[in-house]
Design a protein around this ligand. Structure first.
Ligand SMILES: [Zn+2]
Length: 301
């Protein structure tokens, strides 16, 4: 079943009575509210996230802990509060090729951690997951236990029964180990950890003597080494948006499968929700809408 707002939208589209007075201002407003891509399309590009963690063969844990499909999920961006302390990788493009950093003052890893975490949350919410993003705002917080840090927020979230995931990109070249999950230790490994490990690869639970995040109940996901096709597709403005979609889609779909989120809730693609008074403007023929045929509905006027 489409959502109520989607139904209202479709009803308006198939309404047999044309508007007597097309309202230009409303049309412009409606166009501004629309996503850039045509409706019903979720554009992706093939992205090779590179080798899976070499330590996947040393997986010494099993994510058995079941979570409710409505479990609150908190997504964090790695290094978003530790620039100058533990800044993350600069990536191959900057460190080896001398490219300009994506944003002055933060490493490219941090930049992509933020973008990826935000996209995961945006997509996850569209599809019905109970998911949110936390940004510490301040990029350098010296005390790891300051209440504003990823660690503190993630710990509190895990203690309250939620699932916390911190997004990272691994180092390029020999320093990087590849994509994979470093599962939370506090709270025990969950089905989400297990499914993500199947999708991306994994690290032992006690990797580097248990890292600060897993110790506090936060699972780390290394998307891939920041180099090669992955980094190029992200850096190239022509493919960036689609690459972020592709990565976010993998994460969100895997989490929804792990949680066994019912199909009618987990929708793809989602229709954007427009306020009713603006949706009328969709009757203007100038909008290139691609909408599947409407379901049989008795339209009474
Ligand atoms: Zn990192």
């Amino acid at each position: 079943m489409p959502s109520r707002s989607a139904l209202a939208f479709i009803l308006l589209l198939i309404s047999p009575v044309p508007l007597a007075q097309p309202l230009l201002a409303q049309t412009l407003l409606a166009q501004a509210a629309l996503p850039r891509e045509p409706y019903g399309q979720f554009l992706r590009v093939k992205v090779n996230t590179g080798e899976r963690s070499r330590l996947t063969v040393k997986k010494n844990w099993l994510g058995k802990r079941r979570l409710n499909p409505t479990v609150p999920i908190l997504v964090l961006a790695g290094h978003a509060d530790s620039q100058g302390i533990s800044p993350g990788t600069r990536g191959y493009a900057v460190a080896v090729n001398g490219a300009r950093p994506m944003q002055p003052g933060i490493t490219d890893e941090t930049f992509w951690n933020l973008k990826t975490a935000q996209r995961i949350v945006k997509l996850g919410r569209q599809r019905g997951l109970n998911i949110r993003f936390y940004d510490p705002g301040v990029r350098t917080i010296h005390n790891g236990d300051d209440p504003r840090t990823n660690w503190s927020q993630g710990k509190r979230h895990a203690q309250a029964g939620g699932y916390a995931l911190e997004i990272h990109y691994d180092a390029y070249g020999h320093d990087g180990l590849g994509s994979g999950v470093i599962p939370r230790v506090y709270g025990g490994q969950t089905v989400i950890d297990e499914y993500l490990a199947r999708e991306f690869g994994s690290f032992p639970w006690d990797f580097r003597g248990v890292l600060g995040a897993p110790k506090r109940g936060i699972t780390i996901l290394e998307v891939g080494k920041l180099e090669g096709d992955l980094e190029n597709k992200l850096r190239n403005p022509a493919t960036r948006d689609r690459a972020l979609n592709t990565i976010a889609d993998r994460v969100v779909t895997t989490m929804a499968q792990a949680l066994d989120v019912p199909k009618p809730v987990f929708q793809m693609p989602a229709l954007p929700t427009l306020p009713a008074n603006r949706a009328t403007a969709s009757q203007q023929p100038s909008l290139p809408l691609q909408i599947p045929p409407p379901p049989a509905i008795n339209v009474t006027r």
